[in-house]
Design a protein around this ligand. Structure first.
Ligand code: GRF
Length: 214
């Protein structure tokens, strides 16, 4: 099977993008990273992608009069690169309903909590304030509502006594880097179905991790 042409959208550091790029180097991985796009020219992740020989593109949202024209330009860039799948990885722009429906079931996102808990920003601060003992990360198909959509993979991460938002973020980030490639592999392999909010796959699940293992 030919690997699916994939774009990763970032706004900053790009450590999840890096994890996807590294995973996609494995022989037989069902996705190949063909484009890394950022809405910010200063996104640190762009340098890494360029050094890996991946096409990079900056679309500065401030240059567009509204969300719709930004989304249209974004769609054009993706089509120009022959992109089939889109991974949002720390991409800090909301995408409009039209764009989301064009890419429905072909666009995925990672969020640093066990959704549907703790949607939105400042996740780890809110997790600590709420006193929960277990948090984690979620990869899900994108729907128009922020941080919502059918869940592909999750990983649980314990909250340790004495955690700060930074120490917790680091631990969750390590889980993100392990989880996102697995979720992308499920989607790119095409071995899944979606019914309502439920994703099924015939790929084996690791019960200890609660993760699908491609
Ligand atoms: C990650 O925690 C991701 O879950 C969230 O934004 C952060 C991006 O980090 N959506 P990075 O740019 O991938 O390093």
């Amino acid at each position: 099977m030919t690997a699916r042409r994939t774009a990763i959208l970032i706004s900053g550091r790009g450590s999840n993008m890096r994890a996807l790029v590294e995973a996609a180097k494995a022989p037989g991985f069902p996705a190949r990273i063909d484009l890394v796009l950022s809405n910010r020219a200063d996104a640190a992740g762009l340098d890494f992608a360029a050094a890996e020989g991946i096409s990079t593109h900056v679309l500065d949202h401030k240059q567009f009069r509204d969300r719709h024209t930004f989304d249209e330009a974004l769609h054009r860039v993706l089509v120009d690169h022959g992109i089939e799948l889109v991974c949002l990885a720390g991409f800090m722009r909301l995408l409009g309903g039209d764009f989301v429906s064009i890419w429905q079931d072909r666009m995925i996102n990672i969020h640093p909590s066990l959704l549907p808990a703790f949607k939105g920003l400042h996740t780890h601060e809110r997790v600590l304030e709420a006193g929960v003992r277990i948090t984690g990360c979620t990869v899900h198909f994108v729907r128009p509502e922020m941080d919502a959509g059918p869940i592909i993979a999750q990983a649980a991460v314990p909250v340790a006594p004495g955690d700060t938002a930074d120490t917790l973020a680091d631990r969750v980030l390590a889980a993100e880097h392990a989880t996102y490639p697995k979720a992308l592999a499920i989607v790119a392999s095409g071995r899944f179905s979606i019914e309502g909010d439920r994703v099924s796959t015939d790929l084996p699940v690791d019960p200890a991790l609660g993760l699908f293992v491609p």
